[in-house]
Write a protein that binds this ligand. Structure first.
Ligand code: ADP
Ligand code: MG
Length: 695
């Protein structure tokens, strides 16, 4: 595969182009997460520039991930004027640190715009790459972004901190099992990405898709996804050639795009890569989203990343497959075949269960945004209640641990849970549960609540941190133990008893589960304004501060940014709806009503006896719906105005959810009813039928 990694300044290229000592030094930093040796920066920068320039690059950029959830860049050329002309230069200083100012990014009060200084810092653990757009080639340097005072203003810095926290605590636990070889534990992620494609000509005629990324009006066509004929169906040629180009672009960037298929909804697709270390997986997922969007345009299509572009058919999510591995080659969530490995596996498994149960609110919060509110808790996969799926075999083992002894099966008479008792676990012995938000799938967990537009950074910061915290609890206890096996057994039993309630292997979509979960005391947080509050509870703040993932100030600033983003998203949607109603749907309905009315007059003029009941009925329906729409537009305008007048951000978000959003639903119902009775040739918007089925 010649093109794979062609545009990446990866370790192979580094080995070729860097002096041996420098390469070794840098590799150590990358592999072991050590601080970068500043003396090698100039050499690396020169090698990087030469490599990039040979491939046609003229500019470089620190590529970073501000709180907007997408990536940002500011391009500088390598050009340096000299007495007789100019040279292409790139210094270590420029590689290591950038000062893009970038003061317009959300900072949640961490800095005022007049304090313009914001810095980007090279993250050498994620390789630099070349981006080819049109005929411009840019060297992109993955970077962290922070304020003058050192606070993180981005999504990468806290992710790296959370990976560090996880590594520290996981190593403590590994040591207790006698491990002397591992010096680092890394969380790994494979993020499956769902998306929709629509023909560009339709997109351009839909102000809602253009402004809000989702349809705000649109009657259901006669066919949706009920035949299940799209899921895993043959991929249409136009889409296949798009996917081919997407894959090629991604492979050049070193992204391991592996699987692709049609998803459940018509017009919906999925791309899955091979898992990598979470930091790189996060960078790569940003590239995946970017390439999917970019290449779509070349094929006269638009890629929709919104969580719910079309009401009535499935929305789009992102499945975050998560595990942790040590640098001596173990996947710590691999059940393994020997009892000893099983005990270690069970410890990490139990830590995960404990973390998910203890911090379910944070996990829910990590997947909250305006778009995802249309999925979570809205009769769609997965529900808003966090639970863990283990599968029959592990659930049975959990029961055995709770009971304190294994049931039977083995030849040993004195079986004790933990070290000697467990039956060898067979991988993939259990079926899949596609309804669970947090499912064990053989040797990893699949967190399925993420929205398709998300940066996967947020959810993984939470997963890494809460599991680090659970492992810390275990290590604190066991390090003091004089009898490891017995105390481990006791600890696992206590933990299993306490956190068993979060395990659920049944159908998460059922009403019974909602009732049962309530009985078990599990959280069921229905919407974003409520979910976001979980970020700033006393417990959450203490957790982040203890593991040095966020400072208290950083966490509050993030909360503010996310609430603000929610309010802004709904504000844009409401304004777009009002605009579409006033400028497009209402005038169209009036035009059509006028035609119907003239038909009544014309027919009646010919002879008083001719029957005009059809027209009359239609006209009446039209005018009724029009009146309703008109009054709902006014009501939405009023709700919006009063919500915008609320000074307190938190209260404002609640008003947007409870008042503005509700009115939007009513207004939509009017628009959709009108769509159904207005002659097709008058209807100004591409229909669901066209958008979903014509590709
Ligand atoms: P499935 O059939 O469950 O979808 P796959 O093996 O195809 O399973 O995995 C789905 C995703 O999970 C892929 O992106 C894959 O790379 C990722 N994955 C596999 N193992 C791990 C792991 N140890 N850590 C993180 N992600 C993983
Ligand atoms: Mg999946």
């Amino acid at each position: 595969m010649e093109i794979f990694g062609k545009n990446v300044f990866n370790q192979t290229v580094m080995r070729e182009r860097l002096p041996k000592g420098v390469f070794k030094n840098l590799k150590k930093t990358i592999d072991e997460g050590l601080p970068l040796d500043p003396t090698i920066a100039d050499v690396v920068a020169t090698a990087m520039k030469e490599w990039a320039v040979e491939r046609g690059a003229t500019h470089f950029t620190h590529w970073f991930q501000p709180m907007t959830g997408i990536t940002a860049e500011k391009h500088d050329s390598f050009l340096t004027p000299t007495e007789n002309g100019a040279l292409l230069e790139f210094s270590g200083k420029e590689l290591v640190k950038g000062e893009p100012d970038a003061s317009s990014f959300p900072s949640g009060g961490l800095r005022a715009t007049f304090e313009a200084r914001g810095y980007t810092a090279w993250d050498c653990t994620s390789p630099a790459f070349l981006r080819e757009e049109a005929d411009v080639i840019t060297l992109c340097i993955p970077s962290a972004f922070c304020s003058y005072t050192g606070e993180a203003l981005d999504k990468k810095t806290p992710l790296l901190r959370s990976m560090q926290a996880l590594s520290t605590q996981a190593l403590r636990v590994l040591k207790l099992f006698g491990n002397t070889t591992a010096s680092r534990v890394t969380s790994t992620v494979g993020a499956e990405q769902e998306y929709f494609l629509v023909d560009k000509s339709f997109f351009l005629k839909r102000p809602d898709l253009m402004m809000a990324g989702r349809t705000l009006f649109g009657a259901m066509p006669s066919k949706g996804q009920e035949l299940e004929d799209h899921y895993f169906g043959t991929i249409k040629e136009r889409v296949l050639s798009y996917m081919k180009e997407v894959n090629e672009e991604l492979w050049k960037l070193g992204v391991t795009a592996k699987t692709q298929h049609n998803e459940v909804a018509p017009g919906q697709f999925e791309l899955a890569p091979i898992f990598e270390n979470t930091n790189i997986a996060t960078d790569h997922n940003q590239m995946v989203m970017d390439v999917l969007k970019r290449v779509a345009i070349r094929h006269d299509m638009v890629c929709l990343m919104h969580e719910k572009p079309f009401a009535g058919v499935n929305g789009s999510g992102k499945h975050n497959n998560w595990s942790m591995s040590s640098n001596d080659g173990q996947n710590l969530l691999e059940p393994g075949n020997t009892p000893h490995e099983n005990a270690q596996f069970l410890t990490f498994l139990m830590a995960t269960i404990k973390a998910v149960d203890t911090y379910a609110g944070l996990l829910r919060c990590s997947c909250a945004n305006a778009g995802n509110d249309h999925r979570l808790g809205a009769n769609e996969a997965p529900p808003a209640i966090i639970s863990v799926f283990l599968g029959d075999q592990l659930a049975d083992i959990l029961d055995q641990i709770v009971a304190g002894k294994a049931k039977s099966s083995s030849a040993h008479a004195d079986m004790k849970i933990g070290v000697t008792t467990l039956p060898a676990l067979i991988k993939d012995a259990t079926d899949r549960n596609r309804t669970s938000p947090f499912a064990f799938t053989g040797n990893k967990f699949e967190f399925r609540m993420l929205g398709s537009s998300f940066s996967i950074s947020g959810p993984n910061i939470i997963i890494n941190t809460i599991i680090a915290d659970a492992l810390k609890g275990f290590a604190d206890k066991l390090e003091k133990s004089k009898s490891f096996s017995a105390d481990l057994e006791k600890l696992l039993q206590e933990t299993a008893k306490k956190h068993k309630r979060v395990v659920f292997n049944g159908n998460n979509y059922s009403d019974e589960w909602v009732k049962e979960a309530k009985k078990r005391g599990l959280l069921n947080i229905p919407n974003t304004p409520l979910a976001l509050k979980e970020l700033v509870t006393k417990e959450a703040v203490a957790l982040f501060v203890a593991h040095k993932v966020f400072t208290e100030k950083e966490i509050h600033s993030r909360y503010e940014i996310m609430v603000e983003q929610y309010v802004k998203a709904l504000n844009i949607e409401a304004l777009t709806m009002i605009d579409m109603a006033n400028h497009s749907i209402i005038p169209t309905a009036i035009e059509f009503a006028t035609t119907v009315a003239s038909s009544i007059i014309a027919v009646a003029a010919v002879s008083g006896k001719l029957n005009v009941s059809t027209q009359k009925e239609l006209l009446e329906e039209l005018t009724n719906k029009l009146a309703s729409m008109n009054s709902n537009v006014k009501a939405l305008e009023k709700a919006l105005e009063s919500a915008l007048n609320i000074a307190d951000l938190e209260k404002q978000a609640v008003a947007f959810r409870e008042k503005v959003f509700t009115k939007m639903l009513e207004l939509r119902a009017d628009g959709d009813a009108l769509e159904k009775i207005i002659a097709a040739k008058y209807w100004p918007l591409p229909t669901y039928g066209e958008m979903l089925f014509i590709l």
